[in-house]
Design a protein around this ligand. Sequence first.
Ligand SMILES: Nc1nc2c(c(=O)[nH]1)N[C@H]1C(S)=C(S)[C@@H](COP(=O)(O)O)O[C@H]1N2
Ligand SMILES: [Mo]
Length: 318
Amino acid sequence: MNVIHRRGWEIPEREATPEHLFFDRRNLLKAGLALGAGSMLPGVAAAQADNPSAALFPAKRNETYTLDRPLTAEDITSRYNNFYEFGQAKNIYQAAQRLETRPWVIKIDGMIEKPFEIGIDDLMAKMGLEERLYRLRCVEAWSMTIPWTGFPMKKLVELAKPQSGVQYLRMETFLDPKVAPGQRQVWYPWPYVEGVTMAEAMNELTFVVTGAYGKPLAKQHGAPIRLHSPWKYGFKGVKSIKRITFTNERPKSYWEALQASEYGFWANVNPEVAHPRWSQATEEVLGTGNRVPTLKWNGYGEYVADMYKGLEKEKLYM
Ligand SMILES: Nc1nc2c(c(=O)[nH]1)N[C@H]1C(S)=C(S)[C@@H](COP(=O)(O)O)O[C@H]1N2
Ligand SMILES: [Mo]
């Protein structure tokens, strides 16, 4: 059956008023100026068109995780990203389109029953997908709220069958300087690495993200698979993961390797612990022009605070 869905931007002519604002749509699209045009967002249309798992989207929303603020519009979050592999500016969304996300094989190794590799489409089919509305607080003191699609990290741990007593999970981004100009800057500690404790990996909030806004993940968000732990600063959410290793060695993250005096392993959100160069007390909510107070654990304390009892001597908040 061949059903034609009218896209949001294909509004009937009669609604395009007033007359003197009428435009030549073709020129507008050519110039990339179509505002609020869902299907025309950078990277989003492409992610949909050639994605072998497109049928898994949109996934059913898990209503457990509610919000205290509206979602951030997709045309804001898809144009304001941190993905240093493609440059240090926020507008790397065009550069990131060079990343090839199929085939995409993830290596799962280290202290598990039997190391293995799995393709992203097999993994999504195995894990099943759900949608969760989560906030993201960047260490740079801005925040946004996104409808992510993915599966709990806990499911992936169970699939991997770790040996008993394993302490950490280490995750690594792709390494391909031909595609990612940032990785040609050899003085940076590529590939981007992040890690969590096994308790954090098993926490119900820890989410492996493969989509957003009801669609496969756009490349600038870290397609085809990234992490998001909403009570931690955004940099813990390692993008475009290629390898996951179970280990007893605490992973040294990219930011910690660069600047250990400013970024650590735990990186839990806390408004009372300033970054050495700026306050963490408030955050700019992208797209609103508002600054609001930052919440401890980014507001997710009821889910996560217990994990840190007995760890008070650790630098939990940087
Ligand atoms: N591989 C990789 N992952 C990364 C980053 C990066 O530069 N490279 N930036 C991090 C930071 S600082 C943030 S705030 C989030 C931003 O995610 P978003 O661009 O999808 O909003 O990604 C994180 N994951
Ligand atoms: Mo960040």
